[in-house]
Design a protein around this ligand. Sequence first.
Ligand SMILES: Cc1cc2nc3c(=O)[nH]c(=O)nc-3n(C[C@H](O)[C@H](O)[C@H](O)COP(=O)(O)OP(=O)(O)OC[C@H]3O[C@@H](n4cnc5c(N)ncnc54)[C@H](O)[C@@H]3O)c2cc1C
Length: 486
Amino acid sequence: MASVDAVIVGTGPNGLAAAVTLARAGLSVELHEQHETIGGGLRTVPLFDSGVLHDVCSAVHPMAAASPFFRRFGLRERGVELLRPEIAYAHPLPGGRAALAATDLDRTCAGLGADGERWRWLMAPLLARGHGVVDLIMSGPRPRPRDPVAAARFALRVLRLTAGPAPLRGREAQALLAGVAAHLIGPLPSTAGAGVALLLGHLAHGTGWPLPRGGSGRIADALAADIRAHGGVFHTGRRITDLGELPRAKAVLLDVAPKGLLALAGDRLPRRYRRALERFRYGPGAAKVDFLVSDPIPWAAPGVGAAGTVHLGGTREEVFRAETATARGRRVEDPFVLVVDPAAVDPSRALPGKRPVWAYAHVPHGDPRDPVDIVRRRIEEHAPGFTDTIIAARGVPAARMEDHNPNYVGGDIAAGAMSLRQAFWRPVPGLDPYRTPLPGVYLCSASTPPGPGVHGMCGHLAALSALRREFGVHAPVPLSPPAGTS
Ligand SMILES: Cc1cc2nc3c(=O)[nH]c(=O)nc-3n(C[C@H](O)[C@H](O)[C@H](O)COP(=O)(O)OP(=O)(O)OC[C@H]3O[C@@H](n4cnc5c(N)ncnc54)[C@H](O)[C@@H]3O)c2cc1C
């Protein structure tokens, strides 16, 4: 007999979302995490013995703010304050100017000159459909357009960005959109990149690109509190190396990449499925840098200091060139870099004379280079004097990302290349990609639809699949906080 209803390996946002869903359905749930701290991509930890907290992976949360799972879970009601910077993201350009995407769409359009109305044409009709676009993209392997108008508007704009003359004509607007497309971490221009640009681009003017007060770990804390309140139990500090180490359970949900599933299952997997997992493609790498600095980043261009996220990639052509070369495994001198100065949005993140800076560079898969100097130079270019503010720095090369999280194979923080095919069919083609051929064993990580990012939907959808098949539960699961919480 099973000693527990469901076991989850990995406590990233998807493992936690799966556990919330199962625990709220009334099941007994046990979670296993290799680190002492839970959260995976949501961990916020002290570094450099300074008392300052750093986000190890994710820092900015447009998808957590918008995802169907978190909308129902109710982060705000559980005390997670999502701080929306007035400038969602900025894109400095040579010559001391920067393109700015304000949370306020009108302000953004006004700043983009002749391209302002074209930017509005791209974003406003998507914004006007409420959650239609997000729900379409995050609804899983078989997107069911509950809002066909939103689906049609999204498809039309993807087409407009990928075929025919570019809808944006000026250098600033073009670079601004290219920087959002680069969140794909893949070759550009591409259909998948256009989809990412429109999804994240329109969210900037809606829910915004917020940072949780206190760091990403606050989201993990809220999820963990709900799991514990519903009887869930955490086991931390031990890596699971074989499925046989887990207690007997009716359902096992794995917040791991296909490579992790192959290792955990060994020769239990049927050959055909194992082959398919072996064919799963991982994408380019990310190389993370954490700085401890004495002052706010001295950005040269006006407005950039108020931005939650800063994209350093130059013109659209430069962004596209660097991203495509990186995806093909070539090292470029000036890779695309993302930078966040969390205390610019959340002053609670700074201590006197000390604050964190979060950054990562897009680099080839498995790149062993220490990224500190690459990123420092890139920031210094647009913020002269930055180097003098650095107290300490820590770089994690793409080749070493797997050391702290086995899901980031070769530094691929998307847990699988986001090609058009793998955006829908992750990890293998099929009607229920969460289910594996092993009885009761499910995959629930970002290597399943809808893919990377902190939205919890991979975990939630995998849990719903397990509930239906293993427990015969078809009724909707309540996720909302208990009445009276604020
Ligand atoms: C540098 C960086 C920056 C990012 N920035 C953002 C951002 O700003 N916004 C955003 O939305 N997303 C961002 N992401 C992506 C986001 O963090 C991931 O897409 C998301 O965390 C994936 O969630 P997950 O639950 O699938 O897996 P993960 O968060 O990767 O969690 C997997 C967990 O499983 C554990 N685990 C794996 N195998 C085992 C095992 N065998 N035994 C025990 N434990 C195991 C791992 O230790 C880990 O805790 C970023 C990622 C990185 C690395």
